[in-house]
Each structure stands twice: as structure tokens, then as C-alpha cells.
Write a protein that binds this ligand. Structure first.
Ligand code: PMP
Length: 456
């Protein structure tokens, strides 16, 4: 080691030397994580952190049922789904049973990017239409097709200028900070419908409309009422299909709804799932109708060496059993409501809080410098995340302006933890206020629509 370099610095330098620069890490000086338990992570120094960001582990870190199911299956058999074994049949049946008719046919893959990529190929195969309409401000993955429909400026500042010609975008239907706000948010759907109609009129009808059905990447913002109903109807009118990316928001996290599309009262043609499915074990799925899935056969072959393996299927089944047995969707309702009202209460003391978005345990705390112009408090949000780390809490920014704290802890998070979180957030926001204004006693002004946008 060079003089003055600690083993921790050295490990970080080695990581940076071998990782591509596009692969970033959280924090300038990240703690080195060694263990996880429920909604806590423990660093190599033995410090415990409350994990408010990890929606890949809905059951909590190191859940013993998942560990046992995976190790038991690994000891017995792990192979690919061209062999016949029970776990993959049971798992696909369970997944299909979670979706409304006519979504009854399942493809198992290993990640969200793969699921979105396959969904796009299924839509193109079934319709013979090669254009796709997606929302701006979206993230759907890193593979060729899933990246093509990812327009989030947070991930790629050149995203909009570099889309392939088959990708068409419509405005991010954000009722808080988009072009249409509050009661005017009803204007997004007719605008998107117009774009879909114009594409068809130009001889390039869309094969698919693809979006998160509850806008996770925009900070957990509900789409305007009736948005998907109108847009799905338009794309279907021209022979296209509706794809819902449930990778972040689905699987019970929203509390009231197991799937985000239920909030919009629609049924998509193709649903993509991943993240939560394996509690950290790589697992993804595309669920669609028999008719759409069968059309894929005309153009190709589907095989994933590890998608739906015995181990993945055992993990997937165990996650579903545990979500049910521990009533984690119920906990998302109850603990999510407590967290939501605590955040609303903080907004009464901190003028930087512009809105509390989200549902259940998918919440977004949007920070603004001015309640009327909504100037994003980007630097303040970064500063807050660093300070929260000092205080033992992991939370990260999202949205095109990186001014929204994305709050999506493991679904086992309890009242002690959310109270600890809000207590420390209050403290960090107070310190931030002192630093930026010299005082926190300035009168709290909120946007006139605060109560309507920040509904639980
Ligand atoms: N869609 C959404 C909405 C996502 O948030 C992500 C991951 N952040 C993906 C797709 C891609 O999933 P994965 O990282 O498993 O490839």
C-alpha cells in the first residue's frame, strides 16, 4: 500500500481500476458492506445502516427461508429448463395466478433488462409493427432494446438525442412538475394519443406502448387518472400492444395494489417483472397471453440457460410464500402510511419539501428550492444523502433532476425503523436549512396544490 493509503482506499481504487467508468458506485466514500439483516446493512467496520433504498430484497436481507431454499436446491440439482422438473412448473403457475386473465403464459429470465427486451421482441413479433412508444424520464434497462426505450437524463444526459429511429417518446406525465400540473394533468393522455395516431397515419403504427404503470423512475409519481386507459386504447386501435414494466413498482410494494397497473384500472398485454422476485437472486419474468407468446415461435427460439433454473424457481416460490406468510404487502400499507404521514409532517417544518409522492413503501420526497417555480434542489439532495449516510441511513436521489429521495426499503421495514428514518431526516433537513438560510424559521410556503399532489 502507498503511504497514507488504507486497505479500504486500496480496495476502492482496485474497484475503480477494473470497473468500466459507466458502472458507478453510491457515495464518494462508500462504506464496505459485509452483511445484511432485514432492513439493515452492516459495514466492514461493524457499523449498522438502515437501508431505505433496497427494493431488490423485499423480504429483507439474508432472509433465512430464501437461503435455505436456495442451498437445499443447490445440493440437489441445478440445471436448465429444457429438463423437466417440478419447481419451474409450480413457479410459473404461481406467477400466472397472480395476474388477471388473459395473462397466463410465462417466460422466465434473469433480470429486468432481459424481461423488457423480450417484451419488446414479443410485441414486435406478434404485431409485425416495429415502432415503440415510451415515456420520457424512463429507465427500462441496459440491453439494446431496453436501453433504447430508456430516456432518463439522470442515467444518460444524451438519452433523447441518441434514441434509435424506432423509439418514439411522449412527455413524462408528471402531474407535479411536468408541462401539465395538478388538475391540468388530464392533458397528457390526449397528447400521447395524438402522437400514437400520428405515427399510424404516417404508416408506422406502434407495435407497443411501454411504461411503468406507476412512475417509479420519476420519483414514485402516480400517472394521471385514466392515463393508461386512454393510451392503451390508442395503441391497440392501431394494432399495437400495451407493455407494463412492473420491475420497480410491482410485487406488492405499492401496498394497496400488488401490480401498478391495478391503480390505473387497466390490464396490459405484456407484463415485465424482476428485482423483487428473487429477493436478490437473479430472476425476471415476462407474462403475456398464450396468443402473443405463440407468435414468438414463428420468429425464433427462446431459451435462457439459467432463467427458471431449479434454484431460481425455488427462490421465486419461496419469495412468494414469504411475501404471503409475513403479510408484507399489508406491511407496505400500514408502515407505508405511517412513513407517508411522517414525511407530510416534516413538510410542515421544511420548506424545501415540495411534495411527497408514492404509495405504500414506494415513496418519493421531492426537494425544491422554490415552491412555485419548483427549481430542483439537486445539490441539497446530494448533500442530504451524504449526511444521512453519516447518520446511519442509506437513501438515494432519483428523477431527471436527482432531487427526489427515493424511499423503497425492504418491505419488512418496521415502525422503529421508519421513525428512526424520519427523525434523522428531520435533523439533516434542519442542518441543511441552517447552512443555507442561516435559519429555519422562515415561514413555510408550499405550492397551492401541495395537498392534492401529496396525497397518501
Ligand atoms: N425497469 C425498471 C423500471 C427498472 O427500475 C430497472 C432497474 N433499475 C430495470 C427495468 C432493469 O432491471 P435490471 O437491473 O434487473 O436489468
Amino acid at each position: 500500500l502507498a503511504a497514507g493509503t488504507t486497505p479500504e482506499d486500496d480496495l476502492l481504487a482496485r474497484r475503480e481500476a477494473t470497473f468500466a467508468t459507466a458502472q458507478e458506485h453510491y457515495y464518494d466514500n462508500p462504506p464496505r458492506m459485509e452483511r445484511g439483516w432485514r432492513h439493515h446493512m452492516v459495514s466492514a467496520e461493524g457499523r449498522s445502516y438502515l437501508d431505505m433504498v433496497n427494493n431488490v430484497t423485499p423480504l429483507g436481507h439474508a432472509h433465512p427461508r430464501v437461503e435455505q431454499a436456495i442451498s437445499r436446491q443447490l445440493r440437489r440439482l441445478n440445471t436448465n429448463s429444457r429438463f423437466h422438473y417440478a419447481a419451474v412448473v409450480e413457479f410459473t403457475e404461481r406467477l400466472a395466478s397472480l395476474l388477471p386473465d388473459p395473462l397466463d403464459t410465462v417466460f422466465l429470465v434473469n433480470s429486468g433488462s432481459e424481461a423488457v427486451d423480450l417484451a419488446i421482441r414479443l410485441a414486435i413479433g406478434a404485431t409485425g409493427q416495429h415502432d415503440v412508444v415510451a415515456l420520457r424520464e424512463a429507465y427500462h434497462g441496459w440491453t439494446y432494446a431496453s436501453d433504447a426505450v430508456s430516456t432518463s437524463l439522470q442515467d444518460n444526459p444524451n438519452a433523447l438525442a441518441t434514441r434509435p429511429a424506432w423509439v418514439h417518446t411522449v412527455d413524462s406525465p408528471n402531474s407535479y412538475r411536468g408541462r401539465w400540473r395538478g388538475p391540468d394533468a388530464g392533458n397528457y393522455a390526449p397528447e400521447a394519443v395524438q402522437i400514437i395516431d400520428d405515427l399510424a397515419a404516417s404508416g408506422r403504427p406502434a407495435g407497443a406502448f411501454l411504461s411503468e404503470p406507476y412512475y417509479g423512475n420519476a420519483g414514485g409519481v402516480a400517472l394521471p387518472d385514466g392515463y393508461l386507459e386512454q393510451v392503451y386504447a390508442a395503441v391497440r386501435r392501431h394494432g399495437g400492444l400495451a407493455i407494463a414494466d412492473e420491475i420497480q413498482v410491482g410485487y406488492g410494494r405499492l401496498g394497496t395494489w400488488f401490480w401498478g397497473f391495478e391503480q390505473q384500472q387497466v390490464v396490459p398485454d405484456i407484463v415485465c417483472v424482476a428485482k423483487a422476485m428473487g429477493n436478490g437472486h437473479p430472476l425476471g419474468a415476462v407474462i403475456t397471453t398464450r396468443a402473443i407468446a405463440d407468435r414468438y415461435r414463428d420468429q425464433g427460439y427462446f431459451f435462457s440457460s439459467t432463467g427458471g433454473s431449479p434454484v431460481s424457481s425455488a427462490a421465486g416460490l419461496t419469495v412468494l410464500d414469504t411475501l404471503r406468510d409475513e403479510d408484507l404487502q399489508g406491511n407496505a400499507v400500514r408502515t407505508g402510511a405511517r412513513l407517508n404521514s411522517a414525511l407530510q409532517a416534516l413538510a410542515a417544518h421544511h420548506s424545501i419539501i415540495g411534495a411527497v409522492h408514492g404509495s405504500g413503501l414506494y415513496l418519493g420526497l421531492e426537494l425544491v428550492r422554490d415552491p412555485i417555480t419548483l427549481e430542483p434542489a439537486t445539490e441539497e439532495t446530494a448533500e442530504l444523502c451524504d449526511r444521512m449516510l453519516d447518520l446511519g441511513v442509506i437513501v438515494q436521489p432519483t428523477g431527471d433532476h436527482l432531487n427526489i429521495l427515493k424511499i423503497k426499503p425492504p418491505l419488512c421495514v418496521d415502525t422503529t425503523a421508519v421513525d428512526y428514518f424520519t427523525h434523522n431526516l428531520d435533523r439533516a433537513l434542519t442542518e441543511l436549512g441552517h447552512r443555507n438560510n442561516g435559519s429555519t424559521s422562515s415561514p413555510i410556503r408550499h405550492h397551492p396544490d401541495f395537498d392534492t399532489v401529496s396525497r397518501p
